[in-house]
Design a binder for this molecule. Structure first.
Ligand code: GH3
Ligand code: MG
Ligand code: MG
Length: 380
């Protein structure tokens, strides 16, 4: 923490010179966080402090009458103002100052791309004519280079012919406003952009939720068959490319039908959840476990040799065997059998072929009396 007049600077980087302090971090004024990013504090001749800005976020200090939470929500909406004219940057900043936006600035197209890459603002208000990259090209590049995020782009320019408006919108701008602009109109158009962006965000969140649901087994919360296939196909290509071993372990609960028949389907579900818990607790972050369906589960291990692969599988078998379930006042012990198949080599192997080898090993484990781990013969 560095104190400079009424400013408190919490900085990841600080450079102090006689007349100037340059910081990268967050700065608070009178206890309120106001600046985030890179900024310069210069001592003036009269002993005051002048804050000058390279590319910063400005946080409007909390205002009376603004309910808590609203400020926070607003702060999530970043606006990048791009203009080579300091006067226009100031005019736009002043127009937006009543609303609690996070405002960033760039004085040319190149700087705008760098600020966009770092801060990912939701909305950009950009000038047309700038010394390096012009407004339309900036719109095109944002659309092309940042396809993972939809930003709302407003061109703010003195170019006002119909042809130019068409050109600007064709370049990827969402809206067009001519200079000199009416502050109220700018604020209103930013409001439209905000509504569009918020709709985008809601759709993206819903899509993520749906995608997650589509990849998760609802009973156990484990990845389902589809998720396993996606993960496995990536790991199999990587294993061939980087020459690391990969092991597919198939697990199947022993005489599971009896649990259902004796204690009912809900008890069976409890057992499935119990096995998932043991499986999850014994799967490293870099590996993968999931439910194939019914009472069949899968574990995929990478970067280990046969001996090291056997250890966690044997541990899972033992832990599950030790797990006591209690149904209708009676104790039930359930076991599981495991079949393991491995692969190592530069010729990519198919996940499905390893899965059938693991299945064959599992069948052998069942044949040899269950509650055991069997390895496929064609081991690494
Ligand atoms: P084995 O040792 O040979 O594997 O015998 P098993 O009884 O475990 O195998 P089997 O394939 O005969 O029976 C599996 C049972 O699992 C039949 C099916 O009703 C039950 N099952 C499948 N999915 C679920 C589920 O989601 N919940 C519950 N409770 N039971 C399920
Ligand atoms: Mg079974
Ligand atoms: Mg089965």
């Amino acid at each position: 923490m560095f104190v400079l007049g009424k400013w408190q600077l919490n900085c990841s980087r600080i450079l102090e010179r006689e007349d100037c302090v340059a910081v990268k971090g967050t700065c608070s004024c009178l206890g309120r966080q106001c600046l985030v990013g890179r900024c310069f504090f210069r001592r003036t001749a009269t002993g005051g402090i002048k804050v000058s800005v390279q590319a910063i976020e400005r946080r409007s200090a909390a205002r009376p009458g603004v309910p808590p939470g609203v400020e926070n929500r607003c702060q999530e909406f970043k606006i990048l103002v791009v203009d080579d004219s300091p006067i226009y940057r100031k005019l736009v900043d002043q127009s937006l100052s009543k609303d609690h936006y996070l405002v960033l600035f760039a004085k040319n197209g190149r700087e705008a791309l760098a600020v966009f890459a770092e801060h990912r603002p939701a909305l950009i208000i950009t000038d047309w004519t700038m010394p390096d990259i012009g407004g339309p090209e900036l719109c095109q590049r944002i659309r092309r280079e940042f396809q993972d995020q939809y930003a709302y782009l407003i061109l703010l320019t003195s170019n006002s012919t119909k042809e130019q408006i068409i050109e600007g919108l064709a370049a990827g701008a969402d809206d067009y406003l001519t200079k000199p602009f009416h502050p109220g109109e700018l604020v209103a158009r930013v409001g439209v952009g905000r509504r569009v962006i918020e709709l985008h965000r809601q759709i993206e969140a819903k899509n993520r939720q749906l995608e997650e649901l589509a990849l998760t087994d609802p009973l156990t919360g484990l990845p389902n068959r589809r998720a396993i296939d996606i993960w496995a196909s990536r790991q199999f290509s990587a294993a061939a490319r980087h020459d690391f071993p990969i092991w597919v372990v198939m697990a199947d609960l022993d005489h599971f039908k009896r649990i259902n028949d004796t204690f009912g389907h809900d008890a069976g579900d409890e057992v499935l959840k119990g096995f998932s818990g043991v499986l999850k607790a014994n799967t490293r972050q870099s590996n993968m476990c999931g439910r194939l369906g019914g009472e069949e589960f899968l574990l995929i291990l990478t970067h280990v040799d046969r001996k090291q692969a056997e250890i966690p599988v044997e541990r899972i078998r033992q832990r599950f065997e030790m797990h006591e379930f209690s149904f209708e006042g009676k104790t039930a012990v359930v076991t599981a059998s495991f079949g393991v198949a491995g692969f190592r080599g530069s010729a990519p192997s198919e996940f499905s072929s390893l899965l059938s080898r693991a299945d064959a090993a599992l069948y052998a484990a069942k044949g040899k009396g269950r509650n055991r781990v069997e390895f496929d013969d064609g081991v690494v």
